[in-house]
Design a binder for this molecule. Structure first.
Ligand SMILES: [Zn+2]
Length: 282
């Protein structure tokens, strides 16, 4: 999938697609509730009310930069809570290269937040050591987010994620800690969208009179646009995440801003009664 925002191109590289395996992450999204939102079908849910989601990286090409936003699960990782996320062996890097993005062509890696499914390909295992996958890139981590996980990765799985996918980047001298509203280049800047995680950021794109927003996990799925208080079990602060959804979607509603999620495809947010709905882009 590929979308244009002015002179900027966003390409989705899929690592994993799921249908209906999301009850553990969005417990409020029962089949019956999803079926009552026909605007989700067929792009974002099945007729039976099963949610369609993906774990993917987004490659953002500006006239001067080639940025990977979020890096999925990665290969060879251990200690993950979801069994199938351990010791993965997929040709994701080969798929990126085949799409025209070999790792050495990437100049910037940007993580919207430091959860397990957004940092995995930051590193790869070489001769028993975790090394930066994108060897010519600077890696941008939100300062608030980085400090939080550095100091709070107490649970064994969290410690493992930080140890294998974040710390090696810092140790290799390739990390830059940035403010949650940092300007990355002419076309790209960050917007603080906390709640899902303490320092979660969204990526704003503006080029040639057009705008886009890579919203990360502000919502895991468009059904949360209709139910702002449907929190993901992974939200660190459900009150704040609900507030962030309300503020962000209010700002974007009925505008031409193209929104692309951390786990769903592009579309436009429309006001719908007290909340919102999402209309898939072509
Ligand atoms: Zn995620």
């Amino acid at each position: 999938m590929r979308w244009k925002i002015g002179k900027v191109t966003v390409t989705k590289i899929v690592e994993l697609e799921t249908v209906g395996q999301t009850r553990f992450i969005l417990p409020s999204a029962t089949y019956e509730e999803i079926q009552s939102m026909p605007w989700l079908m067929p792009r974002f849910a099945t007729d039976e009310g099963r949610l369609k989601m993906s774990i993917h990286a987004l490659v953002v090409e500006t006239p001067s930069r080639r940025i990977v936003v979020d890096t999925g699960l990665g290969n060879d990782k251990q200690g993950r809570n979801v069994p199938s996320w351990n010791n993965r062996q997929t040709p994701f890097m080969e798929m990126m290269a085949a799409a025209g993005f070999p790792p050495e062509s990437i100049d910037t890696v940007l993580c919207t937040h430091l959860h397990v499914d957004h940092v995995g390909w930051n590193t790869r295992l070489v001769a028993g050591r975790w090394v930066p996958t994108f060897e010519k890139a600077r890696y941008l981590f939100g300062q608030v987010e980085y400090m939080y996980w550095r100091d709070h990765s107490v649970a064994p799985d969290k410690a493992e994620i930080f140890r294998d996918s974040v710390a090696p980047i810092v140790e290799a001298g390739k990390a830059d800690l940035v403010a949650s509203d940092a300007r990355i280049c002419d076309e790209i800047s960050l917007i603080p969208t906390p709640g899902h995680s303490p320092g979660h950021v969204s990526v704003h794109i503006r080029s040639a009179g057009e705008e886009g927003l890579l919203a990360g996990d502000v919502a895991h799925h468009p059904c949360q646009m209709a139910h702002l208080d449907w929190c993901s079990t992974a939200d660190s602060d459900p009150v704040q995440s609900t507030k962030t959804r309300d503020e962000l979607f209010t700002r974007l509603a009925d505008s031409p801003v193209l929104v692309i999620g951390g786990h769903y495809d592009a579309g436009h947010i429309k006001r719908d009664g007290d909340a919102f709905k999402f209309v898939a882009a072509d």
